[in-house]
Ligand binder design. Structure first.
Ligand code: FPP
Length: 254
């Protein structure tokens, strides 16, 4: 999806960490989550994998609320990767219909609660009906600024970089003008700050083609908890862990 850097510039409050809900720590401004473990969560309960994705969707509602409570301003979720097309057809169809249902049933509530929805990924490949719903959700919530919810859907970090390179070439931008700041404006996340913290649930410690460019200086946190069980207390632990790290961005200690 093509996003305009100017239109999509965030108009949020101070980037500096907040002390909310009695938290004595730095809170990440931009949190990104690889919501992994839905399938194993379901299998361990003798349920079909899609039941795990549905439980994961329920959990997303809880975590969204927790993000607002903790003062996080941007939440990016990895909902469907470019590699996920390789899953069995019923699971792919199920994940598509979960996103459709989330838009149909939750959009009004998300809008009322000041959530702005953005899509990270390629719209091509997604059914025209779902594409239309995604576009509608983006437009309807474009004025909100309490929390930005980036839904990475049909997203791949390499695809994102390729899409940026292609647009830069197509627009005839001279090579010497291409620097990190310009390049960032051609990514799906144009206008947004990079993630401060990337959480992966379910015990896997891999980046899986997620935010390859934007995650260059992010802190990473992995937990064995499956996504449907990753609750507010688990999020609090991740934030606590983050706040103990010293982020030097390649420089020396001050
Ligand atoms: C990874 O678990 C999870 C996914 C591929 C999908 C994540 C989707 C949701 C949580 C639903 C919310 C979605 C939207 C569209 C808002 P897995 O299936 O790889 O689990 P496993 O590693 O245990 O098999």
């Amino acid at each position: 999806m093509v996003v305009s850097p100017v239109r999509d510039r965030v108009s949020l409050n101070s980037r500096n960490a907040k002390r909310r809900e009695g938290l004595p720590w730095q809170v990440p401004y931009h949190l990104a989550i690889i919501m992994d473990g839905n399938g194993r969560w379901a299998q361990e309960r003798g349920l079909p994998r899609l039941a795990g994705h549905r439980a994961g969707t329920e959990n997303l509602r809880r975590i969204l609320r927790a993000c607002v409570d903790f003062g996080i301003k941007i939440l990016t979720i990895y909902a469907f990767s470019t590699e996920n097309w390789g899953r069995p057809e019923p699971e792919v169809r199920g994940l598509m219909s979960i996103l459709e249902r989330v838009i149909d049933r939750e959009l009004a509530d998300l809008d009322r609660n000041g959530v702005r929805i953005r899509h990270l990924g390629r719209l091509e490949g997604i059914s025209p009906r779902l594409q239309q719903k995604i576009r509608y959700a983006i437009e309807k919530t474009a004025h909100n600024d309490r929390l930005i919810l980036n839904v990475a859907f049909n997203y791949g970090g390499r695809a994102e970089i390729l899409d940026a390179v292609r647009r830069i070439i197509r627009e005839g931008i001279p090579a010497e003008r291409v620097d990190e700041a310009l390049f960032s404006r051609y990514l799906y996340t144009a206008g947004l700050p990079d993630p401060d913290l990337i959480v992966r649930t379910s015990g896997e410690v891999r980046i899986s083609n997620f935010l390859l460019w934007q995650g260059a200086y992010a802190e990473y946190y992995a937990t064995p908890t499956y996504w449907p069980d990753f609750d507010k207390e688990e999020l609090r632990k991740a934030i606590e862990h983050y706040s103990r790290r010293e982020r030097r961005f390649g420089r020396l200690r001050q």
